[in-house]
Design a protein around this ligand. Structure first.
Ligand code: PA5
Length: 465
């Protein structure tokens, strides 16, 4: 495996007394291989525009080849490509405003937040502009209907008096949470610009489907740029389309590297044998633990502060894709060592229904400094003076894994050599592919989310009573 590629180590899932054995994994290798072929064939069907048989609908397999296609188009068409346009719009808006409110919910929000937390300065909105590499502050809204929160944001923008803009993202264009907040903020922005329609058209950048209410509104506003939430790419699979790439570019992230990481994962998924295929191994181990050991709680144990939002993005991906027909594992993101002081007790001694996957970044982005000696050794830490926080984290990971192993609690390690756009692109694509593979393996269509409609129908009916 190349040094800058993700790695997966499930050795601690193979616990003789409570877990599964490597032979169990070998015994389903052929089934996993068949599912891979099926998933690859679906992606091809979708790319060829072939009529999809009813039993496969909806088939939003467009996410699969998207990174390769966008990259190839960027390399051949440069500024005239989708990626070229995204980068240009992000640069233009960055030059015009100091704050951007990114509106969206679910798949139209969680990927952007994950990228901000993983790849930008941890205090992106607080640090001086130079430390943000000249990029605007980013605020997320339209992901709830929280009056106090919206008012606080409005007050913040007003008090600051900066020029600000809106990126509004909704594939359907009709999601009430996003639409309601957009209406309020659009009004504020209009007022702050003295009703200058030309300016407004520059400072609002929508990402939406080819038609729908938001598309119509964007047309009426005359928005200078409108990006497409592409057909055949479901919301939670859309992080590597304009839905995620426009916010990423606004944050100053390297969009090409995100796509290159995802394309490398596609290549790996297509070509590696099941025994060395990280996607198939990841699915196989989780599937065996769920079916043979009843581990239907999938804990994604992120180590350090930067990966929590990636975990929440994955929670949505797994829950909305496979939580159907009264089935589907329960995803749960924890952040350690923080949550060792909250959920750790339950993971160590609670019900044996959990499979813990550690998400570990091997090399931090910053130099690790030793704690140092102190004249005030009341904390007793002088004996650890040469150790850094990175050393302590490593010991915590190892010590926790050991404690779980000794208690017969299955774990696996998913390692990122470092945390940047390239490895994050790999991780996004790996988890999306894994979700689809698992869906096909257990006979659940991973696309669509029919269950989400019920609350919307009731909410709309109640509002219009
Ligand atoms: O995964 C999905 O499709 C959903 O989570 C959607 O992203 C979410 O409901 C938002 O939909 P829209 O982008 O149409 O506003």
């Amino acid at each position: 495996m190349p040094a800058d590629f993700l790695s997966y180590d499930p050795r601690n899932a193979f616990l003789p007394e409570h877990g599964i054995a490597p032979d169990d994994l070998k015994s389903i290798a052929a089934a996993l291989d068949d599912v891979r072929d099926e998933v690859l064939a679906e992606a091809q069907l979708w790319a060829d525009g072939v009529e999809i048989e009813p039993s496969k609908r909806p088939l939003d397999a467009g996410f699969h080849e998207l990174p390769d296609r966008l990259l190839a188009e960027y390399r051949s068409r440069g500024p005239r490509s989708e990626v070229g346009r995204i980068k240009a719009a992000a640069d233009r808006l960055s030059g015009e405003v100091e704050d951007v409110v990114v509106l969206g919910i679910g798949g139209s929000y969680m990927g952007a937040r994950a990228m901000l937390e993983a790849c930008c300065h941890l205090y992106h909105n607080e640090v001086p502009e130079t430390m943000r590499r000249g990029r605007p502050r980013i605020y997320f809204e339209g992901n709830n209907v929280d009056n106090d929160a919206l008012l606080d944001l409005e007050r913040l923008l007003q008090a600051r008096g900066d020029r600000w803009g809106i990126v509004v993202i909704s594939k359907s264009g009709g999601t009430l949470e996003t639409a309601a907040v957009f209406r309020v903020l659009l009004h504020d922005l209009q007022a702050s610009l003295g009703r200058d329609a030309g300016e407004l058209a520059k400072l609002v950048v929508p990402v939406t489907g080819k038609s729908g209410k938001l598309f119509d509104l964007a047309t009426a506003l005359g928005c200078q740029e409108v990006f497409e939430a592409p057909d055949g790419v479901g919301g939670r699979f859309s992080v590597l389309s304009a839905v995620g790439l426009l916010p990423a570019a606004l944050m100053g992230l390297d969009v090409e590297q995100l796509l290159a990481g995802a394309a490398a994962m596609n290549d790996h998924f297509r070509n590696k044998r099941p025994e060395e295929n990280i996607v198939l191994q990841f699915v196989g181990v989780a599937h065996l633990l769920e079916t043979l050991r009843g581990c239907d709680v999938r804990v994604l144990s992120t180590w350090g502060k930067r990966l929590e939002a990636v975990g929440l993005w994955y929670d949505q991906l797994l829950a909305e894709s496979l939580g159907k027909q009264q089935r589907g594992a329960l995803p749960l993101t924890v952040v350690n060592t923080r949550d060792l002081h909250s959920r750790g007790q339950q993971h160590q001694e609670g019900k044996r229904d959990k499979f813990i996957t550690n998400l570990i970044v091997e090399r931090g982005s910053r130099d690790a400094a030793p704690l140092g000696k102190s004249d005030y050794n009341h904390d007793g830490l002088n004996e650890l003076a040469e150790k850094s926080l990175a050393d302590i984290l490593r010991a915590a990971i190892e010590g926790t894994n050991q404690a779980y192993r000794e208690a017969g609690r299955p774990t696996a390690d998913l390692r990122l050599p470092r945390l940047d756009e390239y490895t994050l692109g790999q991780l996004f694509q790996m988890l999306m592919l894994a979700t689809v593979v698992e869906g096909r393996l257990i006979g659940i269509n991973p696309y669509g989310q029919p269950g989400v409609e019920a609350y919307k129908k009731n909410m709309n009916a109640i509002l219009r009573q």
